[in-house]
Ligand binder design. Structure first.
Ligand code: AHM
Ligand code: MG
Length: 336
């Protein structure tokens, strides 16, 4: 593998996206600048996550450190970094963050045409114990950058220009689609650059893994219950599926993209809309799953066709291998 270790032609994420965008050269520079600010945010979070225990970045917000200074929690800090990087890029007019109740309207002097929806640090229950967490983002275009309104962001996911995530796991992995397939990059810490390592990701058509919080089974609807039952006791006599559930959407989706299978956060009696947020969790992941050849379904419709009413709306979601999602669609159709 000498050739690998001495690789001299490095496909960085910037170079890759510039190549991809060359046809619409008009917005090429703007999109590249926007993306490099998202990547900067991810590198910051990656470095903060890696030293979280040392720097006392974990624990409750408002906790004070030994010097009596107030410590910012990792998710609060991550949010600030993304907001500042995106505003100062001069390429955005509106931002929606899972950490901020209201949409953020960028000051006119820094206006650009893009709208970014994001969850700066997802997987809150896994932060303090060192399990993989991630950042999720989606990008829309404003109709008029100087008069952006909430309507510009309350758009179905099929209107997204790009979507992606960064996973802070055993390595730092950035996965993105600009509507032309899905590509994965791994951070080379010695270079500080994301290098193409997973070109053209395709989710296997069938899967051997299902991923769900089974602790909620008592409150599931009939199609979900039947689907999971069939994972364990397949009616056709095939081998039962394996259960994998990390509880960090980014990590569970990353595994699903690479190995295939089904990830779901269904509706239940207590949460009729499930848990996951439409704009910055369900849409970006559904976009990636479709771009990788899989499907995403809400229990009623194609996830990307959903029109959110409010920026923090939630929706049930089933996403993964094409055939797996086809199966759950059949179960819902049979239940109507
Ligand atoms: P968070 O935004 O509070 O981190 O919640 C989102 C996370 C997802 O990453 C994950 O898929 C889901 O919550 C897990 O929820 P649960 O613990 O109910 O299984
Ligand atoms: Mg979240």
């Amino acid at each position: 593998h000498a050739a690998e270790t001495n690789r001299t032609d490095l496909m960085t994420i910037t170079r890759f996206v510039l190549n991809e965008q060359s046809k619409h050269s008009e917005s090429r520079g703007d999109f590249t600048i926007l993306l490099s600010n998202i990547v900067l945010g991810c590198k910051f979070v990656c470095s903060a996550v890696n030293k979280a225990g040392l720097a006392k970045l974990i624990g409750l917000a408002g906790e004070t450190n030994v010097q009596g200074e107030e410590q910012k929690k990792l998710d609060v800090l991550s949010n600030e970094v993304f907001v500042k990087a995106l505003v100062s890029s001069g390429r955005t007019c509106l931002l929606v963050s899972e950490e901020v109740e209201e949409a953020i309207f960028v000051p006119p002097s820094q206006h650009g045409k893009y709208i970014v929806v994001f969850d700066p640090l997802d997987g809150s229950s896994n932060i303090d114990c060192g399990v993989s967490i991630g950042t999720i983002f989606g990008i829309y275009m404003a109709k008029d950058k100087d008069n952006a309104t909430l309507d510009d962001v309350l758009q179905p996911g099929n209107k997204m220009l790009a979507a992606g995530y960064c996973m802070y796991g055993s390595s730092c992995t950035f996965v993105i689609s600009t509507g032309n397939g899905v590509n994965g990059f791994t951070l080379d810490p010695s270079l500080g650059e994301f290098i193409l390592t997973h070109p053209n990701i395709k989710v296997p058509r069938k899967g051997k893994i299902y991923s769900v919080n089974e602790g909620n089974a008592k409150n599931w609807d009939e199609p979900t219950t039947k689907y999971v039952e069939n994972c364990k006791f397949p009616e056709d006599g095939s081998t039962p599926k394996s259960l994998r559930y990390i509880g960090s959407m980014v990590a569970d989706i990353h595994r699903t993209l690479l190995y295939g299978g089904m990830f779901m956060y269904p509706a239940d009696l207590k949460s009729p809309n499930g848990k996951l947020r439409v704009l910055y969790e369900v849409f970006p992941m559904s976009y990636l799953m479709e771009q990788a050849g899989g499907q995403a379904f809400t229990g009623k419709e194609r996830a990307l066709d959903l029109v959110p009413n409010r920026i923090h709306d939630r929706s049930p979601v089933f996403l993964g291998s094409y055939d797996e999602v086809e199966h759950i669609k059949e179960l819902y159709a049979a239940c109507k």
